[in-house]
Design a protein around this ligand. Structure first.
Ligand code: GDP
Ligand code: CA
Length: 329
């Protein structure tokens, strides 16, 4: 079986861990990661979601924090702060820095982000879960999520990283744009993977700034709509609150109801111009099933909390079971 996962960072990579536990080494997994979180900082290309997937599956992640490297130190960051560098708010660890140096060096030498990602993953792959997946950026073109907001009483546009890390999502959201998205093309292998897939999964990643940008890369939405495989998703919203992260603030700012049904219907049914065949909501949200079914999405209520390895594995198995049911139907 070939499974394609369209992933953000923390929510996506946890789910992928469960997916690998729920499948066998004969199953192939292609992860298409969001790159709209990417940012140029200090001359370096930083790709937070690609790195979160790589570190998580490569066993290099700091599991407490959920992002960045284990055994991290922050000397470079504190030196930058001492120089009064304005971007010193970004959580750039010393170990993490090496990843960005290797990547940027390759990009400057003319390699694409796909080749740079392959090179970085090669270090982490042996004897880890990363060995079992192919990690692709959604695009090699530069796409960046920007947030229209108000800071200190003045309307302004800030990079998503500044919104999230500097302001802790504590400033209002008036709008969200993906700069560069119109001109972006899917990275090599992305459309081929979707066309070849037996199952496509939208993991419980942020709908606005993780899954949204992937679906907005011209060509990817059409590829999903044309895919022979069932497309199933897992709600990142449980009981009307984002589980962790800033989905509530973004949804509220865009006037979208903060519920598993609204997010499922935002992605939409494949039968109605959307991309989904199936959608999993939490058992606490079982009352939302009729709304989703009315919208043409086959929905099931199962436990969605990825609290430990066993529950996360079961969630992935439930997503695959729904896909199998849809493939037969
Ligand atoms: P990011 O790029 O690091 O923000 O990670 P993702 O976009 O992949 O995932 C973030 C989303 O994961 C958050 O908006 C949460 O709603 C969701 N999430 C985190 N933990 C869980 C969980 O245990 N269960 C579910 N269903 N969603 C979760
Ligand atoms: Ca992200």
């Amino acid at each position: 079986m070939h499974i394609v996962v369209l992933s953000g960072g923390v929510g996506g990579s946890r789910f992928i861990r469960g997916l690998l536990a729920a499948t066998t080494p004969d199953d192939r997994v292609t992860v298409v990661a969001n790159t709209a979180d990417d940012i140029w900082l200090f001359g370096l290309r930083v790709c937070p979601d690609l790195d979160t997937v790589m570190y998580t599956l490569g066993d290099g992640i700091d599991t407490e924090r959920g992002w960045g490297r284990t055994d991290e130190t922050w000397n470079a960051k504190s030196e930058l702060g001492a120089y009064g560098v304005p971007e010193a708010w970004f959580g750039l660890g010393d170990r993490d820095l090496a990843t960005h140096l290797v990547r940027t060096e390759m990009l400057r030498a003319g390699d694409g982000l796909t080749a740079a990602t392959d090179r970085l993953c090669a270090r982490w792959s042996p004897d880890t879960d990363l060995e079992r997946i192919r990690l692709l950026p959604m695009t090699e073109d530069e796409v960046e999520t920007w947030i229209s907001t108000t800071v200190d009483g003045s309307p302004t546009d800030i990079h998503f990283q500044e919104f999230w890390i500097r302001h802790h999502a504590g400033v209002p959201v008036h709008g969200v744009t993906q700069r560069g998205i119109e001109a972006a093309t899917p990275a090599p292998g992305v459309l081929e993977a979707i066309a070849d897939a037996d199952v496509v999964v939208l993991p419980p990643s942020n709908p606005i700034v993780s899954v949204g940008p992937i679906l907005a890369v011209p060509g990817i939405r059409d590829a999903l709509r044309d895919a022979a495989a069932p497309v199933v998703g897992v709600s990142p919203i449980i009981g009307g609150g984002a589980v962790r992260g800033m989905a509530d603030q973004l949804l509220a700012g865009l006037g979208i109801e903060n519920s598993a049904a609204a997010v499922g219907l935002l992605h939409g049914a494949r039968s109605a111009d959307g991309v989904l065949d199936g959608w999993l909501v939490d058992t606490a949200d079982a009352d939302l099933l009729p709304r989703l079914e009315d919208g043409g999405v086959t929905a099931r209520a199962v436990p969605l909390w990825m609290t430990d390895d066993a529950t996360t594995r079961q969630l992935a198995a439930d997503a695959l079971a729904l896909a199998a049911e849809l493939a037969r139907g």
